[in-house]
Design a protein around this ligand. Structure first.
Ligand SMILES: Nc1nc2c(c(=O)[nH]1)N[C@H]1C(S)=C(S)[C@@H](COP(=O)(O)OP(=O)(O)OC[C@H]3O[C@@H](n4cnc5c(=O)[nH]c(N)nc54)[C@H](O)[C@@H]3O)O[C@H]1N2
Ligand SMILES: Nc1nc2c(c(=O)[nH]1)N[C@H]1C(S)=C(S)[C@@H](COP(=O)(O)OP(=O)(O)OC[C@H]3O[C@@H](n4cnc5c(=O)[nH]c(N)nc54)[C@H](O)[C@@H]3O)O[C@H]1N2
Ligand code: SF4
Ligand SMILES: [Mo]
Length: 746
């Protein structure tokens, strides 16, 4: 008889953090449903979550490390793979110094314990400024604006969707993405309820998306012009005397400067560039101001574009002008259970710059758009080795063909990845994590972006398979190797990696932080006393026990309150209640106030003003996401992706006619940097002058081992995106609004 059990499990597949209920038979997941006991997701589940079992048990996942030799891949034990890494890393560092090693951190790091807790020690151990991540093809503009306005890159306010009565949403499609920088399970349902209670949803998007179709109003904007729209909304509020600062008013600084700086951006001036009538812009502003609990929210369509940081900033400027900042039903800050309340030094960018193009560092990293040139360009600091952790930059970052050529020139590539992807298939060594069923999942990334204060944790569902390593152990081994490179640590003739000792160092660092921070519930303890609280736990378990104990809901050194034990006793999660106002405590600016007019940001306004007359003409390419795919690696489950062609080029009927293209015909799409061929889908769901292609496709290349995704096929849209085109303040890639031309494919 099969042994059947049911367990609660946090879904790691998007930012919504839904609770899943897994049924296992003989150690295999057979069914997945929503966890009705989850206080946050209440049983909600999307198609991706429903196929979590198939993804977690995908036969294409690597079980053991692979090492490249003259004959191709050789499967080896972890010890041997780590010895190879150690020896090769030793050679690179001996010859070129630690500054020649780069690391790229991909998106799933926000969904793993290892990514949240052990990437930092690894990056530190590598002693390099070549730190790159998916953040600079995603949300870096929001970090920069939050850092400059509120003092900390992580202090991102989220729209209080459950209480707002008017949501202005730009560049987001949560009915496909399930929300981003806005953690709210069943966000589609929450938006329906917003409207059902008489609230208004206005969606600004060049495409009539599923979210736009179920909104009160769809504003079909010209790609890349949202900063002009938002600036004109702000100016209207001022001109028409509609500003009301609300609860945040006594904490604001720079209001007069911002009003003066935005004055040139009137609705009448920006109308033709944005392709939105001035009267509509004024009406949108008035309706926002007239709402009792308004909120403005922007996501990747306004961040991964030419004016990303200006958009991110203007979103919160408008929020401040309509009294939404820190107000229930407006935009608010969550209070995560692991927040230990350290006040960092006020945020700044550009503490160093990229070697070749001089782009500013943000959050300790450099823009991934510079990675190829940093590999290609000789001189001190040239990249010779690359470590990727949970990332696939050859599918997800701009000018992917150039980057592929550059990566092929490296002396060493190490990928921590469960699959042979476009990126990891070019590696010398691939170190596979065992997959989510075998790992603990303390949720740390999204607790600060949630629309309620919640804490969630899932212990491993299954024990570690024979020969596997936990991902945190892999990262810690790499860190120990990097630190011991001069001494040959981990090499066949050097000392082995001492994981227990390395983990003790990491735990001591976290303990040091929680005992020395005044607001921590473990403040004043000795480091050893704090560590002792976590008893026999090791790895992420010990670290989260310390953090949760120390945090605002924490048990401290006692038993009542948040700790690992409490979380294990509450496998569906704990709800700490609705968001509460956090001003001024959340602020970490030098002034202790909200900086509405950071000089760095105002300095970028002349560029925006020039765009009124100089906006790109012709066709502009934007992206899109599909409910049934996940970035570049979620297309390997047949039951999920189905058989319909998902990687089509959306073209408006007028543009199709102008270029002589029919529905279903293959079109050649060309940009400054590359060209792809994709089937045309003629649809008026995209505005004239805009075409749309999803990203993450084209996984049928030689070397990639994603068998279902290979059949799905499609093309890599990042062959078209331009690595030279970045948002100057954040270095974020421009993935939307790419000038392209069309022709019938030969
Ligand atoms: N044109 C265009 N490009 C885009 C975007 C766009 O909208 N348009 N969106 C951008 C955005 S928002 C993002 S976040 C990036 C994502 O960019 P990346 O993070 O570089 O790419 P992903 O496709 O998420 O690939 C994740 C990798 O992690 C691996 N992986 C999965 N689970 C685990 C795990 O548990 N541990 C480890 N170690 N590895 C794991 C997968 O096999 C895969 O190789 O793409 C960006 N690229
Ligand atoms: N099913 C699924 N869910 C996902 C992912 C996935 O791949 N699949 N990826 C996850 C990740 S990593 C992220 S970051 C989130 C992203 O979450 P969202 O930001 O909600 O992502 P998208 O669905 O790409 O929506 C972006 C929208 O911006 C629009 N847009 C493009 N250019 C412009 C512009 O210039 N102005 C305006 N106003 N709009 C524009 C696009 O048409 C698109 O509808 O989704 C996450 N969730
Ligand atoms: S919405 Fe996101 S977290 Fe929820 S089930 Fe779907 S993929 Fe998982
Ligand atoms: Mo993302």
């Amino acid at each position: 008889m099969a042994a059947t059990e049911t367990v609660a499990r946090l879904c790691p597949l998007c930012e919504a953090t839904c609770g899943l209920r897994l049924t296992l038979e003989d150690g295999r997941v057979t069914t997945v449903t929503g966890d009705a006991d989850d206080p946050f997701s209440g049983g909600y589940l999307c198609p991706k979550g429903a196929t979590f079992g198939a993804l977690a048990q995908d036969p294409d996942r690597l079980r053991l490390p692979v090492v490249r030799d003259a004959h191709g891949w050789r499967e080896v034990a972890f010890d041997e793979a780590l010895q190879v890494v150690a020896a090769k890393l030793h050679d690179v560092v001996q010859a070129h110094g630690p500054g020649s090693v780069a690391v790229y951190l991909g998106n799933p790091n926000v969904h793993t314990a290892a990514g949240q807790l052990y990437v930092k020690p690894l990056v530190k151990a590598l002693r390099t400024r070549h730190v790159y991540s998916a953040s600079t093809v995603d949300q870096m503009p929001k970090h920069v604006s939050a850092g400059l306005m509120f003092g900390s890159a992580g202090s991102i306010p989220v729209p209080d969707v459950d209480r707002t009565d008017h949501l202005l949403m730009l560049g987001a499609n949560p009915r496909m993405s399930n929300g981003s920088l806005l953690t709210a399970p069943d966000l589609p349902g929450r938006l329906d309820r917003l409207r059902a209670r008489g609230g208004r949803l206005v969606v600004v998007d060049p495409r009539r998306t599923r979210t736009a179709r179920r909104a009160d109003e769809h504003v079909a904007i010209r790609p890349g012009t949202d900063a002009l729209l938002l600036a004109a909304i702000a100016t209207t509020l001022v001109e028409e005397d509609l500003v009301r600062l609300g609860a945040a008013s006594e904490h604001l600084s720079g209001l007069d400067e911002v009003v003066a700086a935005l004055a040139p951006f009137t609705p009448e001036r920006v109308a033709s560039t944005t392709r939105i009538e001035a009267a509509d812009i004024r009406r949108i502003a008035r309706e926002l101001a007239a709402a009792e609990r308004p909120a403005v929210y922007g996501r990747i369509g306004v961040h991964a574009q030419r004016f990303g940081t200006l958009c991110a900033w203007l979103t919160d400027v408008v929020n401040a002008l309509v009294g939404a900042l820190d107000a229930p039903g407006g935009v608010m800050w969550a209070r995560p259970g692991h927040e230990v309340g350290t006040r960092p030094t006020p945020y700044t960018t550009g503490r160093w710059h990229s070697r070749v193009r001089g782009l500013p560092e943000c959050n300790g990293e450099l823009p991934v758009s510079t990675l190829a040139e940093e590999i290609e360009t000789p001189g001190e600091g040239q990249i010779r080795a690359l470590v990727t952790v949970a990332g696939n930059p050859l599918r997800s970052t701009p000018n992917a063909d150039r980057l592929a050529d550059a990566v092929d020139q490296l002396d060493l590539v190490v990928s921590v990845d469960p699959y042979l992807t476009a990126t990891s298939s070019r590696a010398d060594v691939v170190l596979p994590p065992p997959g989510p069923l075998h790992e603990p999942h303390p949720e740390l990334a999204f607790a600060s972006l949630s629309v309620r204060n919640v804490t969630k944790h899932s212990p491993p569902v299954l024990s570690l398979p024979e020969g596997a390593m936990h991902e945190w152990q892999i990262l810690l081994s790499l860190a120990a190797i990097a630190l011991g490179v001069e001494h040959g640590v981990g090499t066949s003739d050097g000392p082995p990696v001492d994981l227990e000792a390395a983990d003790h160092v990491v735990a001591s660092q976290v303990a040091q932080q929680v005992v020395s921070t005044p607001s921590s519930r473990l403040h004043g303890l000795e480091v050893d006393e704090a560590i002792a609280l976590a008893g026999g736990h090791r790895g992420p378990d010990r670290l989260v026990d310390l953090l949760w104990r120390a945090g605002p809901y924490g048990a401290g050194a006692g038993e009542d309150g948040l700790s690992l034990a409490t979380m294990l006793a509450n496998p569906s999660g704990i709800d700490h209640g609705p968001l509460e106002p956090r001003l001024p405590g959340i602020l970490a600016t030098a002034s202790g106030r909200v900086e509405l007019a950071p000089p760095t940001i105002l300095a970028d306004l002349p560029r925006l003003e020039e765009a009124i007359e100089d906006a790109p003409e012709g066709l502009l390419l934007v992206g899109r996401r599909h409910l049934r795919t996940n970035n570049s690696w979620g297309q390997n489950v047949a039951a999920l992706v189905g058989t319909r062609d998902l990687c089509t080029l959306w073209v408006h009927p007028d543009d199709a006619a102008a270029f002589g293209l029919d529905d279903g015909q293959q079109a050649l799409v060309s940009s400054r940097v590359g060209a792809v061929t994709a089937p045309v889908e003629v649809t008026d769901a995209v505005t004239t002058g805009t075409v749309s292609l999803p990203h993450g496709f084209g996984n049928d290349e030689d070397g990639i081992r994603l068998r279902v995704a290979a059949e799905v096929g499609g093309v890599n849209s990042n062959v078209l995106t331009d690595e030279q085109d970045v948002d100057p303040l954040s270095g974020n890639a421009v993935l939307n609004g790419i000038p392209v031309t069309l022709a019938a494919a030969p």
